[in-house]
Design a binder for this molecule. Structure first.
Ligand code: HEM
Length: 498
């Protein structure tokens, strides 16, 4: 009897909680719709039409028109149908797809005062705790102050001070590939991490199971999942963020808490470590030590200290994935275009010979290597107006073009790094890293297609994942040192960099 009673009470209790949850949800949904209606009236009082786009369904709008895979082909298809500006709207989230360089330049560069804001995601910014990251901040004073600080340490004139770390990391990558060629993608991850953690915190990361890196990967995984439009209802109805985690349907709260812990550890742990080694006099010179040492003469120390921590904490999150994606695209391109590899090899042997590996001082004399690094960045840009035959990996398109004014707003290649006031502030460091890694790899290794079980060559395919940052899908390969000379040069890097 007692058991039946308590089971009934449990059932009634659950029912009450479910209907309470439903009731709260409906009230919040109504408030949200009213709020969005008011915003629309305020921002567009004359009711001007939006640019063209696929027809919207009742309630869900264009929810099913957002590309979940092969985004570039899907949006190119829409551009061919609707024009260079395509408008999508789903559940109050409006998205404008800009399909060509000139229009993007017109909006984000020439009218950057209007188009430099960021959409604030309640899931990412508030619940998962990315509010400190200036990559996620709304346009305004707080963003400007952070960005200025970051820019000071990574701008074109300062970027060369990071080259010793980049060169050492490129050499370490050669050694790792020589030891375990089958683990290429992990080595590329380690390479991106060791450059950024070295430049920003002066910290060496280990090639396997590094705590800083695994925590950051969890944080980034959460962000990538939450960035998918419609992935979490709280982004459509922001007031849901106040719903407690015990409410039915509020599972997003516990997911957010899990990711938030990683986000905070990613931001705080390496920063604390540098401060500790600064006070014990063992810190290596880096982004954080440069800025913290400078603080001594300033008044608003606490605020600046927080800003330094925030800027440093963002570098890995903002830069690592893109760097890995670029380098794995480079490897894929070398498999698909062996002629490019041969030509690069010919340039390297002719200009620097076989007695040493390349370094940054060789840049001006290796135009074909520079063109390969640029073409690697270009592969994500498919606008045939600026890049004829865009699906072909063709470094020649950058030969005999000046190398000095790179990534200026009127350089279509700068699009790989975004636009206007939000353009990637790490681009000079990123490009330098790509250049030295590409040059070192080409000087040291043969890169060939993989073989199947019967020993037959498997021709790789140029297929990419979808999402915020696209990576080549896994491909077979064989990477071996070119010859005994290359092997020796790779081994010697251990002594040179010690
Ligand atoms: C090949 C490598 C890289 C690529 C392709 C890349 C690309 C981009 C793109 C497309 C954006 C968005 C720009 C926009 O909103 O218009 C961005 C933002 C950003 N990137 Fe990079 N990036 C790379 C490497 C790096 C590195 C190494 C760092 C740090 C050292 C970095 C730091 C940032 C930051 C902090 C932002 C946010 C800027 C803001 O919102 O004001 N990136 N990047």
């Amino acid at each position: 009897m007692n058991t039946l009673l308590s089971a009934t009470q449990g059932f009634v209790g659950r029912q009450t909680r479910v209907s309470l949850g439903m009731y709260v949800f409906l009230v919040l949904l109504l408030c949200n719709l009213l709020w969005k209606w008011w915003i629309r009236r305020r921002d567009n009082p004359k009711g001007f039409p939006f640019p063209p786009g696929p027809k919207r369904l009742p309630v869900v709008g264009n929810m099913f028109d957002f590309a979940r895979e092969n985004e570039s082909a899907a949006y190119l298809g829409m551009a061919q149908k609707y024009g260079d500006l395509v408008f999508l709207s789903a559940l109050g989230v409006n998205v404008l797809i800009v399909n060509d360089f000139q229009t993007a330049n017109e909006l984000f560069e020439k009218r950057s005062a209007n188009y430099s804001d960021r959409h604030e995601s309640p899931m990412i910014n508030d619940l998962m705790g990315w509010h400190w990251s200036f990559g996620h901040m709304r346009y305004g004073e707080r963003w400007k102050n952070h960005r200025k600080m970051f820019h000071r340490q990574f701008q074109q004139s300062v970027a060369p001070i990071h080259r010793p770390v980049q060169l050492r990391s490129a050499h370490e990558l050669l050694r790792l590939i020589q030891e375990e060629p089958q683990d290429l993608i992990n080595h590329l991850r380690h390479n991106a991490a060791s450059v950024i953690m070295g430049v920003v915190y002066g910290i060496d990361v280990s090639p396997k199971d590094d705590r800083y890196i695994s925590v950051a990967e969890i944080a980034l995984d959460g962000m990538a999942r939450a960035a998918n439009p419609g992935a979490f209802m709280v982004d459509i109805i922001p007031s849901l963020k106040y719903v407690p985690s015990w409410m039915p349907g509020a599972g997003f709260q516990s997911k957010a808490r899990f990711w938030r812990n990683a986000v905070m550890e990613m931001r705080d742990a390496p920063f604390k470590k540098v401060l500790k080694s600064l006070s014990s006099g063992t810190a290596k010179q880096c982004f954080v030590t440069n800025l913290v040492t400078d603080l001594e003469h300033k008044e608003n120390k606490d605020e600046e200290m927080e800003q330094i921590r925030n800027c440093a904490g963002l570098a890995y999150a903002a830069g690592a994935e893109s760097s890995v994606s670029s380098l794995s695209s480079f490897f894929l391109a070398m498999l698909l275009y062996p002629d490019v590899l041969r030509k690069a090899r010919e340039e390297l042997d002719r200009v620097i010979g076989r007695g040493r590996l390349p370094d940054f001082t060789d840049r001006d004399t290796l135009p074909y290597i520079t063109a390969i690094a640029k073409e690697t960045l270009r592969t994500i840009l498919h606008d045939p107006g600026n890049f004829p035959d865009p699906m072909r990996f063709n470094p020649e398109r950058f030969m005999n073009k000046p190398d000095g004014q790179q990534f200026s707003p009127n350089d279509p290649l700068s699009t790989a790094f975004g636009y206007g006031r939000r353009i990637c502030p790490g681009r000079f460091v990123a490009e330098g890293q790509l250049w030295i890694t590409v040059a070192s790899i080409l000087a040291a290794f043969d890169i060939n297609p993989g073989r199947d079980r019967n020993g037959n060559t498997v021709k790789p395919e140029a297929k990419f994942s979808s999402g915020m940052i696209c990576h080549p899908l896994p491909f077979g390969y064989s990477i071996t040192p070119r010859d005994e000379i290359a092997k020796k040069l790779i081994e010697q890097t251990l002594l040179i960099d010690a």
